[in-house]
Design a protein around this ligand. Structure first.
Ligand SMILES: [Zn+2]
Length: 299
C-alpha cells in the first residue's frame, strides 16, 4: 500500500464539556468544504446522540458523515478490540480520507493510539495524532484538575486550549505554562468554540495528484486568533536524520510531512511538534522527492 492510500486518524480526547464535539463538528465542516471525506468513531457517551443530527444526519445518508458509535465502555481500555474492528470495517465499507475518534471524557489518547498500532489497522493507518481539548475556563478556575486530566494532557501530541474567549487574555500565557509543565513537547493552540485550523489536524497535504499545499489562512473569529501557514522545504540529498529533525524544530514546525533521502535510503518524514519520525517509504511522485511540507505559526 502506498503512502497516499493510507488513512490518517485523529484521536480527540478531553473532559466532557471541554469542547470535543464542537471541534469535531468544525473539522467536519472544513473537511466538507474541502471535499474531504471524514468518518467519525465516537465513544462519547450520550453526547453524540444529541449531536448526530448536527453532525450530518443519518450515517447512511448520501453525502452524510459515516458515524460509528462505540458504547458500553471506554475506548482506551475496555473496547480496544471493538475499536480495531470498527476501524477495519470503516476502511472496507467507507474508505474515508480521514478518521476521527472522539473519545469519552476519561479516555487517555495515548492508550487509544496504542490500538492503532495493532494489526490489521496498523497496515493502513498513515499518521495518528492525539489531541486533548482543554476548557480554558475550567483550567483557570482549577476545576477537575485531577490525575486523569494530568494524564490526558501529558499524553497529547497537540493541546487545544479552548474557550479562550471566556478567560481574561492576560491569563492565557500562565495557563499555557501550566499545560507545558505537564507536557513540554506538545504543540499548544488557542481556540474559540473548537475552531482549530484543519491544517493542524491532518497530515500536511501531500495527496493524490501532487497538489501543491494551500496557503495558510486565518482561523477563529474571536479576539484571540492564531495564523498558520504551510511551506514547502527542499531538502538536500544525503541529509542525516538528526540534522533534518534539528532543522524542522528550528523552523518551528507544528506539523511536517514529506520525503527525504538519508544516507540509509528514502524516508517518509512525519512530525507533530517535537515528535518527528522517519520511516522507510517512497514519495508518491517525483514532485515530492526530497521535499517536506511544514506547517508553522505566522506572527
Ligand atoms: Zn479507557
Amino acid at each position: 500500500m502506498s503512502e497516499v492510500d493510507r488513512i490518517p486518524v485523529l484521536v480527540v480526547a478531553g473532559f466532557l464539556g471541554a469542547g470535543k464535539t464542537s471541534l469535531v463538528r468544525h473539522l467536519l465542516a472544513e473537511a466538507q468544504a474541502a471535499g474531504v471525506r471524514v468518518a467519525v468513531v465516537s465513544n462519547e457517551f450520550g453526547a453524540l446522540g444529541i449531536d448526530r443530527a448536527l453532525l450530518a444526519g443519518a450515517d447512511t445518508a448520501p453525502g452524510g458523515v459515516p458515524i460509528r458509535e462505540l458504547e458500553g465502555g471506554c475506548v482506551c481500555c475496555e473496547l480496544t478490540d471493538d475499536l480495531v474492528n470498527t476501524l477495519e470495517a470503516l476502511r472496507r465499507e467507507v474508505a474515508p480520507d480521514q478518521i476521527v475518534i472522539e473519545t469519552s471524557g476519561v479516555a487517555l489518547p495515548y492508550d487509544v493510539q496504542l490500538s492503532l498500532w495493532r494489526p490489521p489497522v496498523s497496515e493502513w493507518i498513515s499518521d495518528d495524532l492525539g489531541i486533548v481539548v482543554v476548557n480554558a475556563e475550567q483550567l483557570a478556575e482549577g476545576r477537575d484538575l485531577g490525575p486523569t486530566f494530568e494524564q490526558q494532557v501529558s499524553a497529547a501530541d497537540l493541546l487545544v486550549l479552548n474557550q479562550v474567549d471566556r478567560v481574561d487574555e492576560a491569563r492565557l500565557p500562565a495557563l499555557e505554562t501550566q499545560l507545558r509543565a505537564l507536557e513540554p513537547d506538545a504543540v499548544i493552540v488557542r481556540a474559540v468554540h473548537g475552531q482549530v485550523d484543519r491544517a493542524l489536524l491532518v497530515p500536511p497535504e501531500t495527496p493524490r495528484g501532487g497538489r501543491v499545499p494551500r496557503d495558510g489562512h486565518v482561523c477563529g473569529d474571536g479576539h484571540v486568533h492564531e495564523r498558520f501557514a504551510s511551506e514547502l522545504i527542499d531538502v538536500e540529498a544525503g541529509i542525516a536524520p538528526d540534522t533534518l529533525i534539528a532543522r524542522l524544530r528550528g523552523l518551528g514546525a507544528l506539523r511536517a510531512k514529506g520525503w527525504v533521502e538519508t544516507p540509509e535510503g528514502t524516508r517518509l518524514v512525519q512530525g507533530v511538534g517535537r515528535r518527528i519520525e522517519l520511516s522507510p517509504g517512497a514519495p508518491p511522485g517525483p514532485e515530492w522527492a526530497r521535499r517536506v511540507v511544514v506547517i508553522r505559526r505566522v506572527d
